[in-house]
Design a protein around this ligand. Structure first.
Ligand SMILES: *Cc1c(COP(=O)(O)O)cnc(C)c1O
Length: 388
């Protein structure tokens, strides 16, 4: 039997590999604290779950959904964008739902890339940008996100011959895994770059609602001419503790949305309608749930940063997102330090190089770990000091 070349080309999914390691350690009876994947530990708010219970009883929701989402969900997404960003969208042509942002991010490659095309992909990055590109038979040109440039790609350093073959550029701010945010200047520069070079901008805003210290993240669609060349992916997973329900969206340029809809309608039948109602309930709420979550993550962020600094690491405090992006001690690399934390302290983190070569020298700690586990990890960190 021979499986496809495209499968053999793809490295194993990072978190799948990490979860195998965790299971093995747990089977040995070790009490693992998991700072790996970003997956909110806080339950989905009750009013959102209630809408599922209610709607699941209605036979109208027992049949095939449309793959692009019910009009009521698309309208809820459009009004949320208007309220939150003052961005006006036509729910019938500029908005579709996704089976989680991950599904749309993966399928986008099939809508916009042909074999031989190039996708400009940040490095480090959410792995689906490169995996989707490779599945579609296209190639990635990685744009290093360096601390010296505030983890923004340097668009002026991309070689001309690469630009000529590039069809899309992925951007993701607030950024996973670095925790960086992008300012108005960068968004305007990226949009101009996209327009001048005929490169579609795919902006992943999965973390736009998780922000700290008074910072508010923009939508790329707030900036002039963005809708000419870009679409923005969004997700209810992180802001509303809904990773298990798979509700995402993509909005923006109608021709790009229509191309993605063609792929989706041929491959999937959309989100179960009762779950779409959960999305509507979340988006039409007063967002107090989101503010409560932010308070929890902020406390965890500050608590962990002080403990990690005492432990001997340098950690900068992110303005957004669910992650601490931390430089490993100078006598370690990403893998050896990840291994050290697992073997010595039973603590799981994600090695930075798992997100791309430029992530080498970092680890990522997720803030979606229960407080009691965080305290346990802090006690373990206090039992060791890197500087001694
Ligand atoms: C978590 C995450 C997503 C996926 O969100 P889902 O809606 O749960 O699929 C997309 N992009 C980034 C950068 C993420 O970290």
């Amino acid at each position: 039997m021979n499986i496809s070349k495209r499968i053999n080309k793809i490295p194993p999914y990072l978190f799948f590999e990490i979860s195998k390691k965790i299971k093995k350690a747990q089977a040995e009876g070790r009490d693992i604290v998991d700072f790996g994947i970003g997956d909110p530990d806080i339950p989905t708010p009750e009013f959102i779950v209630d809408s599922l219970i209610e709607e699941s009883k209605n036979p109208i929701n027992h049949r095939y959904p449309d793959s692009d989402g019910m009009p009521a969900l698309r309208e809820a997404i459009a009004s949320w964008y208007d309220r939150r960003f003052n961005v006006k969208l036509d729910p019938s042509t500029e908005v579709i739902s996704l089976i989680g942002a991950k599904e749309g991010v993966g399928h986008a490659a099939f809508a916009f890339l042909d074999p031989g095309d190039i996708a400009l992909v940040p490095d480090p990055h959410y792995p689906v940008y490169s995996r989707g590109t490779w599945f579609a038979g296209a190639d990635c040109h990685f744009m290093p996100l360096l601390e010296a440039n505030n983890f923004l790609p340097d668009l002026s350093s991309i070689p001309k011959d690469i630009i000529n073959k590039s069809k899309v550029m992925w951007l993701n701010y607030p950024n996973n895994p670095t925790g960086a945010v992008a300012d108005e200047h960068f968004y305007n520069e990226a949009i101009e770059f996209g327009i001048n070079n005929d490169i579609i901008i795919l902006h992943d805003a999965a973390y736009s609602e998780i922000t700290f210290d008074g910072y508010k993240a923009p939508s790329i669609l707030e900036f002039p001419n963005a809708k000419d060349i870009s679409i923005e992916f969004h997700s209810l997973s992180k802001a509303y503790n809904m990773t298990g329900w798979r509700v995402g969206s993509v909005v923006g340029n109608k021709d790009l949305i229509s191309a993605l809809t063609t792929i989706k309608s041929n491959l999937d039948s959309g989100l179960p309608q009762a779950i779409q109602h959960m999305g509507i309930a979340a988006l039409n709420s007063d967002d107090s749930v989101v503010s409560e979550n932010i308070e929890i993550y902020k406390t965890r962020r500050d608590r962990l940063i002080s403990a990690l600094e005492l432990f001997g690491l340098e950690v900068s405090s992110p303005k957004a997102g669910l992650y601490l992006w931390i430089k490993v001690p100078s006598d370690h690399d990403s893998s050896s330090f990840t291994e050290f934390l697992l073997e010595k302290l039973d603590i799981v983190v994600t090695p930075g190089n798992g997100f791309g070569d430029s992530g080498e020298g970092y680890i990522r700690i997720s803030l979606t770990t229960p407080d009691s586990d965080i305290e346990k990890a802090i006690e373990r960190l206090e039992s060791v000091n890197l500087n001694i």
